[in-house]
Design a protein around this ligand. Structure first.
Ligand code: XMP
Length: 517
């Protein structure tokens, strides 16, 4: 694979994704990993990511020349580029100046491995203080900007390349092409990391891990658990049993999607636990959001645990053992938690944490190497319904934290109707890909006066919370077309009893969170 050495800025994951978009498999390693260990992984190429602002800053990570002497193609980006220039004998000036944002780049295309076929002038995304003023011996300088006399350097003989700017950012309009030129032309790699290969490799790995033992998997209705389960089903078929806890806090049609459409698409064995009453009873009289979350989490574990023991007991009666628990852990979680490999105890996981000692499983995590968009592609490849594969984020506690006030059956039904209308109209207007998600919230503790027909009403407001976001850490409210908002408002107030007002949340995150509770 291609290894992206993470120098601590936020760019490494983005670079790894871009490399995979070029259909070349890539993984991230921390810059603290010794060079010997990096090389022992036999990388096909190495990319050094951006990092701290200056190679001269206190504690800035250094790079010895060894990594460039192993014959492995290396591409340095921003900080990685400067560290490379310095390590190979180039000059990096501690200028104190700064070049930030969209910057015009002047390029020499002739004879360039990186820039052939791209414009002589192109916008790139810069973010640096120091500047490289002289490339190391043997390198050709192939691009410059006003603030960076050496903005790109290439040495075909040693297959070493570097750029001062960020090709992985979309503002660098030819950045992806540049990366592909490095991968295909510079490093001689072939674009063969395809969804089909991912599926085939995963299936082989799951078969090897699970063998003839049994596995269980909790389905949440979300894309990750669905795709993980579908992969394991494809690999070991009837050795897998899925559990779906219907807590009654799902949106309209979502339980049917799991119980009917998902089962039809995969042929998976599914145990459905109807726990709606149990959750309603536990939530009765509770309005405080954190308390609601705790109750929902606790009840979920108890119900899942009960279902799991039943499956274990049934298998035991047939002389079989359930040894594995399937989880939809994604690559970003793996990277952020230190990238450790191997199997973890079930108790360490937050979704189903707290299972008792006598219920210990090994984890099967078929999505550990994948980014979210890749998980969606795998789901598509496996023939899962679009409603599941393209589903927007939805919180674990479901509609329970979208009712401001006590959660009751009537309120859930009412919110389900309003939410279904909003989703229907957003889809009809073709806006699903533009927004990150759109919580629909019922202000159950608030009443407002309205007039409908000839009468005065005293009903509840519904809040629309459409947001755009990259990762849910920050978000902005989506500027939806007025006609779409008008249609949603008219339909909700006409079709949902008890609702006489629809309001729009125009708060970014921060200061507001995406959810109301
Ligand atoms: P906030 O409201 O914190 O939400 O801005 C950020 C993202 O996380 C989702 N969310 C949750 N997801 N369990 C989850 O699995 C939760 O308890 C939970 N709370 C919020 C939310 O929908 C948004 O995408």
């Amino acid at each position: 694979s291609v290894l992206v050495v993470d120098f601590g800025a936020q760019y490494a994951q983005l670079i790894a994704r871009r490399v995979r978009e070029a259909r070349v498999y890539s993984e991230i390693v921390p810059h603290t990993m010794p060079v010997g260990e990096i090389l022992a992984k036999n990388p096909k190429a190495i990319i050094l990511s951006g990092g701290p602002s200056s190679v001269y800053a206190d504690g800035a990570p250094h790079l010895g020349p060894e990594i460039f002497e192993a014959g492995v193609p290396v591409f340095g980006i921003c900080y990685g580029f400067q560290a490379m220039a310095l390590a190979l004998g180039g000059t990096v000036d501690n200028t104190g100046g700064r070049e930030y944002g969209r910057t015009p780049l002047t390029v020499t295309r002739e004879g360039s491995t990186l820039f052939e076929g791209t414009p002589g002038e192109q916008p790139v995304w810069m973010s640096h203080g120091d500047a490289c003023s002289a490339a190391p011996e043997g390198f050709t300088v192939t691009a410059a900007t006003d603030g960076a006399p050496v903005a790109a350097m290439e040495c075909d003989e040693r297959r070493l390349y570097g750029v001062q700017y960020h090709p992985e950012v979309l503002h660098s309009t030819h950045g992806q092409q540049l990366l592909e030129h490095f991968l295909y032309r510079g490093a001689g790699l072939k674009p063969n990391w395809t969804t089909r290969n991912v599926v085939e490799e995963s299936i082989a790995a799951i078969r090897e891990q699970v063998g003839t033992k049994r596995a269980i998997c909790g389905l949440s209705g979300g894309v990750d658990s669905a795709v993980a389960a579908a992969l394991v089903q494809k690999a070991v078929g009837s050795q897998l049993t899925c559990v779906y806890v219907d807590h009654g806090l799902m949106r309209k049609g979502e339980s049917e999607q799991v119980e009917k459409d998902f089962v039809a698409a995969t042929g998976v064995q599914l145990k459905v636990v109807d726990a709606q009453e149990r959750f309603l009873d536990a939530l009765a009289g509770v309005s405080e959001p954190e308390q609601k979350r705790k109750i929902i989490g606790r009840e979920f574990i108890r119900v899942f645990e009960q279902a799991a023991s039943e499956i274990v007991a049934e298998a035991g009666a047939h002389g079989e053992q359930v040894e594995f628990l399937v989880q939809g852990t994604l690559y970003p979680d793996v990277v952020e938690s230190g990238g450790g490999t191997g199997t973890a105890n079930i108790k360490s996981h937050h979704n189903v944490g707290g299972l008792p000692e006598d219920l210990q499983f090994q984890l099967v995590e078929p999505l550990r190497r994948l980014f979210k968009d890749e998980v969606r592609m795998v789901g598509q490849e496996l023939g899962l319904p679009d409603e599941i594969v393209q589903r927007q984020p939805f919180p674990g506690p479901g509609l329970g934290i979208r009712i401001v006030g006590e959660v009751t059956k009537e309120r859930l039904d009412l919110l389900r109707e309003a939410d279904a209308i909003a989703r229907e109209e957003l889809t009809a207007a073709g806006l699903d890909r533009d927004i990150w998600q759109c919580p629909v919230v019922l202000l159950a503790d608030v009443r407002s006066v309205g007039v409908q027909g000839d009468g005065r009403t005293y009903g509840h407001p519904i809040v629309l919370r459409p947001v755009s976001s990259e990762d849910a850490m920050t978000a902005d409210w989506s500027r939806l077309p007025y006609e779409v908002l008008a249609k949603i408002s008219t339909r909700i107030t006409n079709e949902v009893d008890e609702v006489n007002r629809v309001v729009l949340d125009v708060t970014s995150k921060p200061p507001g969170t995406i959810e109301w509770e």
